[in-house]
Write a new protein. Sequence first.
Lengths: 111, 111
Amino acid sequence: NAGVTQTPKFQVLKTGQSMTLQCAQDMNHEYMSWYRQDPGMGLRLIHYSVGAGITDQGEVPNGYNVSRSTTEDFPLRLLSAAPSQTSVYFCASSFVGGGYTFGSGTRLTVV
Amino acid sequence: RKEVEQDPGPFNVPEGATVAFNCTYSNSASQSFFWYRQDCRKEPKLLMSVYSSGNEDGRFTAQLNRASQYISLLIRDSKLSDSATYLCVVNGMDSSYKLIFGSGTRLLVRP
């Protein structure tokens, strides 16, 4: 099992560009979520999904879109990148009531 | 009040020491409790779940006090490799899927 796979690992964007961060899991988990973590800070929830076709906003959703067309995939789209979106992005998945398995993260810099 | 509160530390201890971290949570209906470990610039990894009766995994012991809404993690015989940030995690008010992460307690184990 690969677990949770995130791509790319590193990305540099120019202000105003859009891009999609990919997240895939092979554990048949219902729940998937995206977090961002700024230097020296805790995890902040961006968006989450409790199953295919169902998504909802977390605490910092502005500037991001998600979709969940399959159980396995949960891409995060940055609509128009801003320097404030420079961060490390983690995708996580779980069964209900279970602990999360995290991907290894995407380090994004917006210049 | 934050949903999950932790002392940020750092706790600076010599090898072989015993160290304890505490965490308080605000949702009295929470049912799922975990400790995660996060190394610098890496993804959080599940250290252990926390059960009502308390549980132990090698040098690590977790306790839950529902009456006081308090979770603890005890590390015995600290190793240099235990240096990391320890995250207290509790399921959120509105969902058994959504986990709320504390900001973490940093541990430094010195030779």
